[in-house]
Design a protein around this ligand. Structure first.
Ligand code: COA
Length: 261
């Protein structure tokens, strides 16, 4: 995929991407690398993380950590800083989700997803602020969702977690804006080839989901990478506190009702 941006758009920038070993996080990491940034990727599956980093080349370093563990997050950020320099772009893409009716979801199931998505995002933002953002400014990009804009049955846990992520995006944009930190988000819709798609739209459900997307196709990982590159670049220098929806119009929710899917 040929980029619409200059290949050196992010030259000299150091990014940290959680969930960077797979899916949308990896797509964002690859897009950053393709535009000249150095990238530390964080994930808890060490083998997958190491393999991904090796494939992505020498400007990419793996830093294994579970984002739920603040100490592990701090150690990962320190390792990335030692290898690549001070971090000025932080992407929170690590997430967990599965389909479960609220009545069958255990408290620990709810807590686990909140912990990965919401606490994990806070842990990483907090550690990056202390290490570099407070003194040098930078950009935080949180990967959210549209689940909570209306209501998404079977995903009370992830909906609550992404609502919290959006609150983090807005609040940190206000608190850290005066220090030169922009905080933005993207809310992807159904993106083909991701673990989320296979978990949330298995088998026949994929066709039904397609019918609810006005653009009549699933999103691509590289499209999320392109959006992320724009949002962390100087092209988006006056955007903060905003979460950009990239879902082919899906969350508007009228396509399958009025146009028969
Ligand atoms: N339905 C209902 N409950 C589920 C579940 C499912 N499909 N999957 C996990 N849970 C529950 C577990 O039963 C457990 O609760 P319990 O202790 O009361 O039984 C709780 O969630 C934690 O599960 P566990 O497997 O111990 O957590 P984990 O930390 O190993 O894994 C998950 C985290 C559950 C979010 C796992 O799905 C994961 O690792 N996901 C990452 C990738 C992903 O989800 N990508 C898509 C993002 S859109």
């Amino acid at each position: 995929m040929k980029s619409i941006f200059r290949s050196d758009l992010l030259a000299g920038r150091v990014a940290l991407v959680t969930g960077g070993g797979s899916g949308i996080g990896r797509g964002i990491a690859e897009a950053f690398l393709a535009h000249g940034a150095s990238v530390g990727i964080v994930g808890r599956n060490v083998e997958r993380l190491n393999a991904a980093a090796a494939e992505m080349g020498e400007r990419c370093v793996p830093a294994p950590a579970d984002v739920r563990d603040p100490k592990a997050v701090e150690a990962a950020l320190d390792a990335v800083t030692a290898a690549l320099g001070p971090i000025d772009v932080v992407v929170n893409s690590a997430a967990g989700n599965f389909l479960a009716p609220a009545a069958a979801l255990s408290p620990n199931g709810f807590r686990t997803v909140m912990d990965i998505d919401a606490n994990g995002t806070f842990n990483v933002c907090r550690a990056a602020f202390d290490r570099s953002l407070r003194d040098r400014g930078g950009v935080v990009l949180n990967v959210s969702a549209t689940l909570h804009y209306a209501a998404t049955p079977l995903q009370v846990h992830a909906s609550a977690a992404k609502a919290a992520v959006d609150a983090i995006t807005r609040t940190l944009a206000v608190e850290w804006g005066p220090l030169g930190v922009r905080v933005v988000g993207i809310a992807p819709g159904p993106i083909d080839g991701t673990e989320g798609m296979s978990r949330l739209a298995p088998g026949d459900a994929k066709e039904r989901v397609l019918g609810a997307i006005p653009l009549r196709r699933f999103g691509r990982i590289d499209e999320m990478g392109t959006l992320a590159v724009f949002l962390v670049s100087e092209g988006a220098s006056y955007i903060s506190g905003e979460t950009v929806v990239a879902d082919g119009g899906a969350w508007l929710g009228t396509a399958s009702v009025w146009m028969g899917g």
